[in-house]
Design a protein around this ligand. Structure first.
Ligand code: HEC
Length: 216
C-alpha cells in the first residue's frame, strides 16, 4: 500500500470488504432468515415420527437415487395441477418436521411421492413395482431394482416375503423374495402420507366468543 492512496484506490481491501458484504447478505437471506422463520414450526398432530425400519428405508431411497426422478413437494393449485393429479394438497413446512435431510427433489420424471402411502397403500404392489415397474405400468421408464430382491429356485422359506408378481411376469419354478432393504424401503414409502389437514383448526378466541354472544 503506497502512501497517499485513498480507500477507493486500495483494490485488495475493496475486494475483501465487497466479498464479505455479499457473503454476509447471502448468509442472512439464505440461512439466518429461513432458520428464524422455520424455527418455531411444530410437527402437525397427524404426523408420526419415522420408525427405525422406515429410516433404513429412507436411506435406501437416498442410496438408490429415487430423489433424482421423484419430488416430495406437491405444489399449490396456483402453481401446478398437483392436487388434480392426485398428489395431495400443497405441502407445508411442518410436513417435513422429521425429514433430515429433506428429500424435496427437483426432478419429476415420475410422480410426486409425498403421499404415495395414501395413494397406493398395497405392500404387494410396492414390492412388485420396485422389482419390475413394467409389470404394473406398461412401458414404465422407471428402472427395476432387482438387487433389492433375491431369486430362489423352488420353494420360499419360512419368514420369506414373497413378491406376488402378475402372472405374466412370474417365472415358473422361481420365487422372488424381498430383501430387508426392499421391505424397509416399502415401509418408508407407505409412511409417506401427509393427507392430514395442513393447518390445525383455529382456536376459539375471546373475540369470536364475544361475537357469538352478540349475535343470538
Ligand atoms: C429414471 C427415473 C426414476 C427413478 C430413478 C425412480 N423412479 Fe419411480 N417412477 C418413475 C416413473 C416414470 C414412474 C411412473 C411410471 C410407473 O408407475 O412406473 C414412477 C413411479 C413410481 C411409483 C408409483 C407412483 C404412483 O403415483 O403410482 C413409486 C412408488 C416409485 N416410482 C418409487 C420409486 C422408488 C422408491 C425409487 C428408488 C428406488 C424410484 N421410484 C426411482 C421414474 C423413476
Amino acid at each position: 500500500m503506497s502512501a497517499g492512496k485513498s480507500f477507493w484506490e486500495m483494490d485488495e481491501l475493496r475486494l475483501v470488504i465487497g466479498a464479505m458484504v455479499i457473503l454476509g447478505g447471502a448468509t442472512g437471506v439464505l440461512v439466518v432468515l429461513p432458520y428464524l422463520l422455520l424455527d418455531n414450526v411444530k410437527p402437525p398432530a397427524g404426523l408420526k415420527p419415522y420408525t427405525n425400519e422406515q429410516l433404513v428405508g429412507r436411506q435406501t431411497y437416498i442410496a438408490n437415487g429415487c430423489v433424482y426422478c421423484h419430488s416430495q413437494q406437491p405444489r399449490d393449485i396456483k402453481q401446478a395441477p398437483d392436487f388434480a393429479r392426485g398428489w395431495g394438497r400443497a405441502s407445508v413446512a411442518g410436513d417435513y418436521a422429521y425429514d433430515t435431510p429433506h428429500l424435496l427433489g427437483t426432478m419429476r420424471t415420475g410422480p410426486d411421492l409425498l403421499n404415495i402411502g395414501a395413494r397406493q397403500p398395497s405392500k404387494d404392489w410396492q414390492l412388485g413395482h420396485l422389482y419390475q415397474p413394467r409389470a404394473y405400468t406398461p412401458g414404465s421408464i422407471m428402472p427395476p431394482y432387482p438387487h433389492l430382491f433375491e431369486i430362489r429356485t423352488g420353494q420360499a422359506q419360512a419368514g420369506d416375503t414373497v413378491v406376488k408378481l402378475p402372472p405374466a411376469f412370474a417365472k415358473p419354478g422361481e420365487v422372488v423374495v424381498a430383501k430387508p432393504e426392499a421391505l424397509a424401503l416399502v415401509a418408508y414409502l407407505l409412511a409417506l402420507d401427509r393427507t392430514y389437514p395442513a393447518l390445525p383448526p383455529l382456536p376459539k378466541t375471546a373475540n369470536s366468543a364475544e361475537a357469538a354472544k352478540e349475535k343470538p
